[in-house]
Ligand binder design. Structure first.
Ligand code: GLA
Ligand code: ZN
Length: 660
């Protein structure tokens, strides 16, 4: 298993490099990522390349058996490039061009920038194609970060018009799709079509959605430009990119993942004081973008910080977060970063080593795990998470909700997370999938808030239910067509008959209002079950009522229904509820679909499984600061301690079992 660090030899005197390599090897590291921000060092002036320093750094690493992932440096252009071609700088939604002096400040559509990027990538690939230490590439760095997903420059304006012409074929089709009769927006020439600049009023929703799609495609195309070069020159190397999570929803990540060998991502738990379920959700999303295992290319190994400094990872956190990533399908852990830099905008973003480069607590924790992985890593790599429950994430829907949230408190990711958290609490694995995935391998498919509903998506879900599957839909399903126009028929639009229900009215609630929910089956829960944010008053057309509202003018009216259709069932949840209500709903879904939790554990103890054929590895992680006791169903062997475990067993705080 690869276990490594992001390393910036260019930040340190060359005399230090052998010490770094030696300390890395001592910590069990066998991989570094290099050079993703070193463009000016690699191409000090146009078309003059210098790889000698990087070659020497790699030699020290190679001498210790450490392999290399090279980053292509296109997230931060050299000053000479911007001086020569100021038009490569990105334009923001308010029309202002950004300045040099940060990163992610360029337009990925700009022909000049694309050709400069092509040149440096080609030069690097040519130089390193046969290097025995180099195993793969990370393209660019965090596409879309720092609000860079969409650019509003002239090059983008032109490219958008071409993209629209290809999509719609004619202006008549475009005018019809967007409904340009509204406010006299009808276009008679492609040159008349504007960009959706930030203004006092929002742009036409059809234009706004297409611009998000276009901009996402532009990022994917910029990545593909580099992928193609690397595939051509370095056929034996892998190609990846470091994605983001925590609600980042500016780029279609299924599309971005498609051209890569695997997805990587950057995990900074302390940034948002993330709870274990949030972290689990992040890993699950990342695994979902390609439907496969992934790498963590930047794992927090010290306090994050730029102007102010976040809390330190507590003793045990770094190792626990790393095992949690592995538990959810990570096949490699790479820490950000080897050593905290003394200069630059991130001089307070701490790595494994502090500024002084001496080994301390965090180094020894990384080392402990490094030695463990040297023993057990090979048994884990490549094994798969096999979930029976799927959660559909749809990027058109995400984009459309960004354009119109419907309720100020609504966020698509946060909403999907409500379901995820309830399954996570029960230790039931969930996959994030697109609606176009093969649904047959799942016993239960959740499709919450599938707002932009295409006829294709509706047909697939219908076929799945007909053949015996269970699908859950909820608020705003089918409210929009693919042009971001509101559906004409009664909601939930194309799946109304599948759900056996129509939405009579919807009520968008202010932040402080809750509505009691009354389940039709007797409630064992002592907690109040409450709706908030959004209430749809449902009119069953054959569906059975599961839950009713207990307040507002719709007291007594249906809130959740269940319909049998073909050999399967469709649940419709017409509201957004508090966590106990989701837990209760999830318990009903688990028992009716026969999906079993992996293990029953106390709160704060997470369980996942990875499978190698029939062989199961059970990861049990104690995220709490107290020992946790649980009863194990059978005889187990913990790979980490080498000890047998059975009956009632106690997992110490922040500790991990890997059970077979
Ligand atoms: C991101 C980037 C890194 C670095 C870290 C810490 O994840 O990819 O280059 O900036 O954050 O800020
Ligand atoms: Zn642009």
């Amino acid at each position: 298993m690869y276990y490594g660090a992001d390393y910036y030899p260019e930040h340190w005197p060359e005399e230090r490099w052998p010490t770094d390599a030696e300390m890395m090897a001592e910590a069990g590291l066998n991989l570094v990522r290099l050079a993703e921000f070193a463009w000016t060092r690699l191409e000090p002036e146009p078309e003059r390349f210098d790889f000698a320093w990087l070659d020497r750094a790699i030699e020290h690493l190679a001498a210790r058996g450490i392999r290399v992932v090279l980053g292509t440096p296109t997230a931060a252009p050299p000053a000479w490039l911007v001086r020569q071609h100021p038009e490569v700088l990105r334009v923001r939604a308010d029309g202002r061009r950004v300045h040099f002096g940060h990163r992610r400040n360029v337009c990925l559509v700009s022909p000049v920038y694309r050709s400069c990027a092509e040149r440096i990538v080609r030069a690097m690939a040519t130089h390193y194609r046969d290097h025995p230490s180099v195993i793969g590439w990370q393209i660019d760095n965090e596409f879309g970060c720092h609000d860079s997903a969409r650019c509003y420059c002239e090059a983008c304006q032109g490219a958008f018009r071409e993209w629209l012409a290809a999509r719609y074929g004619s202006l008549e089709a475009l005018n019809r799709a967007w409904g340009t009769d509204f406010w006299s927006h009808t276009y008679r020439a492609w040159e008349e079509i504007p960009l959706p600049f930030a203004d006092a009023l929002p742009a036409n929703p059809g234009l706004a959605l297409d611009y998000r799609r276009f901009a996402s495609d532009a990022n994917v195309a910029f990545q593909r430009l580099q992928v193609d070069i690397l595939r051509e020159l370095c056929p034996s190397h892998f190609v990846t990119h470091n994605f983001m999570a925590n609600g980042f929803q500016e780029l279609n990540y299924y599309d971005l993942a498609r051209d890569l060998d695997f997805v990587s991502w950057d995990n900074y738990p302390d940034l948002r004081r993330s709870d274990p379920a949030q972290l689990a959700f992040n890993h699950t999303c990342i695994r979902g973008w390609k439907g496969a295992n992934f790498w963590v290319m930047e794992e927090e190994s010290g306090a994050p910080g730029t102007t102010v400094i976040s809390p330190n990872p507590r003793p045990g956190d770094i190792r626990l977060w790393s095992y949690q990533a592995i538990a959810h399908g990570a096949d490699a852990i790479v820490y950000f970063r080897w050593r905290t830099c003394t200069f630059g905008a991130e001089q307070y973003w701490h790595g494994i080593l502090d500024h002084d480069g001496r080994p301390r607590r965090r180094y020894y924790e990384v080392q402990r795990m490094g030695r463990e992985l040297q023993r057990i890593g090979a048994q884990i790599v490549g094994s798969e998470v096999n979930a029976q429950v799927a959660l559909i994430f749809d990027w058109d829907t995400a984009f459309a909700f960004q354009i119109q949230a419907n309720n100020p408190a609504f966020d698509y990711f946060e909403h999907l997370k409500r379901y995820f958290v309830a399954f996570h609490r029960r230790n039931v694995p969930v996959d994030i999938i697109p609606w176009s995935a093969d649904l047959r391998r799942y016993r239960l498919v959740l499709a919450p808030a599938l707002y932009v509903l295409s006829p294709d998506a509706a047909a697939r879900l219908r076929a799945y239910v007909e053949k015996g599957g269970t699908v859950l839909f909820d608020v705003r399903t089918g409210a929009k067509d693919v042009y971001n126009r509101v559906a004409e028929g009664p909601l939930p639009g194309l799946v109304a008959d599948l759900c056996g229900v129509t939405v009579d009215e919807y009520d968008s609630l202010p932040p402080d209002v809750t509505v009691p929910l009354v389940f039709d089956t007797p409630i064992v829960s002592t907690q109040k079950l409450l709706a908030h944010t959004w209430c749809e008053v449902l009119a069953p057309q054959g569906a059975k009522v599961l839950v009713r509202y207990g307040g507002q003018y719709y007291a007594g009216q249906p809130a959740v229904t269940l319909n049998t259709y073909g050999k399967g069932r469709a649940v419709y949840v017409g509201t957004i509820a508090n966590p106990p209500a989701y837990e209760r709903l999830v318990d009903e879904l688990l028992s009716s679909t026969g999906v079993q939790p992996l293990l029953d554990t106390p709160p704060g103890v997470e369980v996942t499984a990875r499978w190698q054929g029939q062989k199961r590895l059970l990861f049990v992680l104690n995220h709490t600061n107290a020992p946790q006791s649980m009863s194990l169903p059978g005889e187990f062997h913990d790979l980490l301690s080498g000890q047998p475990l059975s009956g009632t067993a106690v997992l110490p705080p922040k500790e991990v079992w890997v059970l077979v």
